[in-house]
Design a protein around this ligand. Structure first.
Ligand code: B12
Ligand code: SF4
Length: 419
């Protein structure tokens, strides 16, 4: 069966390959289906243009990926496609937590919950009859507590994403993230996270279980990207690249052993307790130039409230260690978490400045809706003591205090010239 898989166009400073669609496409193709990926964000296509492409190609079934921050655009495209008589199904993080409302708003035939490879293959094998397929639901058969789709347990059984349809050199050089060389390949070496930070949807999506690809499989993909597309940099998009030290270490060791010339970064935030000097040095040797840390707050009470349970001294030591190994460091912080006050904000800013960080990302908490909080992509603040304006002021003040220090600019400029 021939289908299109679409990422809609929306206002975003990040334009990186849609990894989920790449995996869905290559998996379905492995079983003989034909898939056209339409990345409307990369190609700056309006929903109308997407519909025209689908019509021209004579495609009758369309899957759309959906995160909460582009829900409205997905709703619009889905309704347009339904008006044209197409079959539509929607997958990704947003419908996984909001299946009923997504079905109502989008008028789609089905939603797909959780990881989609097996569910999609079964749906296409059944000529778009979703009846009885785990994780695929319409309004008639959606249970009170719907189960997610079947998972590919051994991640090495997944073919590499369909890179031919999302070649790294067709994506912009500046994608909102720190980068050093171009083209950039993005790679996920794991799926899932065993922690349960309250502001994050990953634990619920992957049910707090983590699966690892073998280091050989990961490095085979890196080699493929380097040879086929001239990729010079890798971004490891895992929830936590260093969660299992031996896994990260072995990937880096193989990069060195196979003499693959790349720079790499872990932009999503790792946890400090899983790093040590041996790992950091191997990461540096393999090409790592920047590690991000998910720090969130410097107030122990808040860290407890959000179930983060990270040790602030350990973070300090790990950041220092990375810095001493010649790796840039970035800290992620969130304002507005449960228990936040003007005092705790000051504490977090002071702590951020006290670390040997090169970059800091100060965000205001966003809570995405679930079925009990039906407001499309409207966001809500957890902190009771502060208004949205207080948080915006806090964010601006943190950015100013952090980046007005000359040593930060010195570190950044040094990195720029340090090839
Ligand atoms: C990598 C990543 C990024 C990267 C790249 C994003 C990209 N190019 O896709 C960067 C750093 C740019 C990023 C940025 C942000 N991200 Co982000 N990111 C992630 C992360 C860690 C992994 C996503 C990923 O690649 N997964 C691997 C692929 C294989 O999985 P997948 O895309 O989910 O696809 C699978 C299924 O969902 C399903 N599926 C997906 N689509 C479809 C469609 C169909 C038809 C079917 C059948 C199935 C299906 O099948 C796929 C294969 O199994 C997730 C957390 C997570 N673990 O999911 C957060 C996550 C997606 N991000 C999130 C957020 C909030 C953000 C930011 C807003 C953060 C910020 N404050 O700046 C920004 C904004 C992004 C933007 N404007 O586009 C949230 C989204 C919450 C929500 N409800 O929408 C997540 C879930 C993390 C969280 N906090 O809970 N992110
Ligand atoms: S450690 Fe990271 S990925 Fe895991 S639950 Fe916490 S924020 Fe989410």
């Amino acid at each position: 069966m021939k289908i299109a898989l679409v990422r809609v166009n929306y206002n975003s400073k990040y334009i990186t390959p849609p990894l989920g669609l790449g995996y869905l496409a290559s998996y379905a193709e492995k079983y003989g289906h034909e898939v056209l990926i339409i990345d409307a964000l990369r190609d700056n296509l309006s929903n109308k243009e997407v519909v025209e492409i689908i019509d021209k190609q004579g495609i009758s079934a369309v899957g759309i990926t959906c995160l909460s921050f582009f829900y409205n655009e997905v709703v619009e495209l889905s309704k347009m496609l339904k008006n044209e008589g197409k079959k539509v199904f929607i997958g990704g993080v947003h419908p996984t937590f909001n299946p009923k409302q997504t079905l109502i708003d989008t008028q789609a035939d089905y939603v797909s919950l959780g990881e989609g490879e097996i569910a999609l293959k079964k749906l296409l094998d059944a000529n778009f009859d979703g009846e009885g397929i785990l994780g695929i639901y319409n309004l008639k058969n959606l249970p009170e507590v719907p189960l997610k789709g079947e998972k590919v347990e051994n991640l090495d059984d997944l073919p590499f994403p369909d890179w031919e349809q999302m070649p790294p050199d067709k994506y912009p050089i500046i994608s909102g993230e720190i980068s050093k060389k171009y083209p950039i390949g993005i790679i996920a070496t794991t799926r899932g996270c065993p922690f349960s930070c309250k502001f994050c949807q990953s634990p619920a999506f992957y049910e707090r279980k983590i699966r690892f690809r073998s280091p050989e499989n990961v490095v085979d993909e890196i080699e493929f990207l380097v040879k086929k597309f001239g990729v010079k940099e890798i971004h490891f998009e895992d929830d936590n690249f260093t969660l299992k030290r031996e896994h990260a270490y072995e990937i880096c060791r193989l990069i060195v052993e196979r003499k693959i010339k790349i720079s790499f970064t872990c932009p999503n935030g790792i946890r400090a307790e899983f790093t040590d000097e041996k790992l950091m040095q191997m990461m540096k040797k393999a090409g790592c130039y920047c590690i991000a840390y998910g720090i969130e707050s410097a107030n122990p009470e808040i860290l407890k409230n959000i179930s983060k349970n990270e040790n602030l001294d350990l973070i300090k030591k790990s950041v220092e260690l990375a810095s001493n190994c010649g790796i840039l460091t970035k800290g992620f912080f969130i304002f507005g978490l449960e228990g936040e006050t003007k005092q705790t904000i000051k504490q977090t800013i002071q702590y951020a400045i006290s670390l040997k960080l090169t970059l800091a990302d100060f965000n205001i908490l966003s809570i995405f809706p679930d079925e009990n909080n039906q407001k499309n992509n409207e966001q809500k603040v957890l902190s009771e003591k502060l208004s949205q304006n207080d948080l915006i002021r806090a964010k601006n003040s943190a950015i100013f205090k952090f980046y007005s220090r000359p040593q930060i600019w010195f570190r950044l400029i040094k990195n720029f010239f340090d090839k």
